[in-house]
Design a protein around this ligand. Sequence first.
Ligand code: COI
Length: 355
Amino acid sequence: MLDIKIEKTNNPKELPGADNPLKFGTIFTDHMFLMNYETNKGWHNPRVVPYQPLQLEPSAMVFHYGQEMFEGLKAYKTQDGRTLLFRPDKNIERANRTNRRICIPEIPEEDFLQAIKTVVKVDEAWVPTKEGTSLYIRPFIIATDPFLGVRPSDTYLFIIILSPVGAYYPEGLNPVKIWIEDEYVRAVRGGIGEAKTGGNYVASLKSQVKAHEAGYSQVLWLDGVERKYVEEVGAMNIFFKIDGKVITPELNGSILPGVTRDSVIALCKDWGIPTEERRISIDEIYEAYQSGALEEVFGTGTAAVISPVGQLRWDEHIMQVKDGGIGPLSQKLYDTITGIQLGRVEDRFNWTVEV
Ligand code: COI
């Protein structure tokens, strides 16, 4: 059990009003959580302090070699005023998997959860209540040794910041258009693709710019070797409904193991829908599109929840998914997952945790 010191701000900000659209990731609450690591002391000095800029050496290793990890989860307000976290255990387990991959010391799971609950409790008034909103929780760890050699740092800072958010995409629940990238790659097996670390996201920027210029909001990555098998979208995992079956790429080492992905698989199986985690090639998707068997495409992610895909562009081929609207399965998944998150739908899987 951590002994977390709490220093409250003397200068609280105004809470965003009910009509604020809460553009994703732009507003931050009054407080943040901090905890330090040193090789001989382990994780120590856990504290909640007013949200403020950090002071770091310009030589801090994170700035040079990218030794950092992050997570993303959300807190929701129920109608009866409780604050719920959605599957925080999955995020914490994944955080430590990322830590092991990039040589950051692990944080005991119960301490991680206590840190999240404590800072969310302090800023509980910031959990928004409007339909489609939540409090996004961003835990992250950075390497802080002032050193320019390449090796794991001996010191780290663990930070949790909070941001009231609306939809991740400006499209909201309206379908997004996705660009299938066959020039650049995001990750390769044996690399860091399955870790939640900034390096994967910087690798995606060039293609994202290219896609945006062509009028597409996201990039769908193909595998890094053959550029043939579908991987993920970067901010989301991807699902296809073909001929009554739900198919998503298997976790092969270069795909992020998404918490919403896992929840969607559990729900589809529970509903008796044949659900497959396997390799799926872009040719198979194109063939399904041509034969009319491609029924729905959607992305899943904490930030995006369920994001229907209305159009896919692969080289010169444009695949319009059905009528380009939200499909019935995507809608049902969105309603069920957000219903559980908001305490409106029975939580049969025990996914929510009260703060
Ligand atoms: C999330 O869905 O929480 C993520 O971390 C994706 C991020 C790029 C917004």
